[in-house]
Design a protein around this ligand. Structure first.
Ligand SMILES: C[S@@+](CC[C@H](N)C(=O)[O-])C[C@H]1O[C@@H](n2cnc3c(N)ncnc32)[C@H](O)[C@@H]1O
Length: 246
């Protein structure tokens, strides 16, 4: 079962409560804190382009990519007006560009979709290779705590205008894999609904695993924060933001 295929049509509706402008402001605060003047940004796993929109609108030279054509076609609708933005289909694990960037970004737990350590190492090596010296890598993850305890083995049900969905989850403690089984009923007239299902898998990483993988890739500085702040993560932090400097 594919992930992020039909789901792409509902993604922005379901993410309506996420404040991407706040996310964009946080990214700019990070640039300032680390004295980075972004000249050429790469955004990995840009999805439907929600953060990319703010980056493009600010005038940054941006290249963004995702693995899902359906997500990218939504991104294209938002971003085609910006001459400073390029959109491509690539895979985070083995993307390849013939140029480097001084900032690489990935938001909204996209890194958790890399479900084994070997591929995580490959991704971080690849990011390092595509960064200028002193370049910055910014990304966040769903914390181990959140995937194990909050999403855990729980079932969530949501009923909103035009979309009814169930989200059944299973956490496999042996492999640290969280499987989300999503069933959507989607209809605009309130009478006829179309059903589709998707399965998503995210890997729960400890902070130590991520730091060690970034250091192994060669990053000289690795910091991590409770997301949207510059505070240390707490035991119950649900989203952790990493900043690594080449
Ligand atoms: C939770 S969504 C986040 C999308 C976007 N960053 C946002 O903030 O809305 C995760 C995204 O990761 C993408 N993705 C998953 N694995 C990927 C990979 N190996 N390479 C590139 N994109 C990937 C999915 O297609 C999806 O668009």
């Amino acid at each position: 079962m594919d992930s992020y295929s039909e789901f792409a049509n509902l993604y922005d509706d379901l993410m309506r409560d996420f404040d991407y402008e706040k996310w964009f402001n946080y990214i700019e605060e990070i640039f300032m804190k680390y004295n980075i003047i972004p000249k050429n940004i790469l955004e990995m796993a840009c999805g439907t382009g929600n953060l990319s929109y703010f980056l493009g609108n600010r005038g940054y030279r941006l290249t963004c990519f995702d693995l899902s054509s359906d997500m990218l076609s939504k991104a294209y609708e938002k971003l085609r007006r910006f001459k400073n933005v390029k959109i491509l289909k690539q895979d985070m694990v083995n993307f390849n560009f013939d140029k480097s960037f001084n900032a690489i970004i990935s938001v909204c737990d996209s890194i958790n979709y890399i479900t084994d350590l070997e591929n995580l190492n490959k991704t971080f090596n690849n990011v390092w290779k595509h960064l200028d010296d002193d370049g910055i890598f910014i990304f966040d993850v769903n914390s181990y705590y959140k995937l194990k305890n909050i999403i855990g083995n729980n079932i969530f049900v949501e009923d909103r205008k035009g979309i009814f969905y169930t989200w059944q989850n299973q956490f496999d403690e042996n492999n640290n894999i969280s499987s989300f089984y999503l069933t959507f009923f989607h209809g605009l007239d309130g009478v006829n609904y179309v059903r589709f299902d998707e399965e998503h898998r995210q890997r729960a990483y400890t902070v130590e695993e991520i730091v060690s993988s970034l250091k192994k890739a060669g990053f000289r500085t690795v910091d991590y924060y409770d997301a949207f702040s510059f505070d240390n993560p707490k035991i119950h932090s649900e989203r952790i933001n990493f900043v690594a400097i080449k």
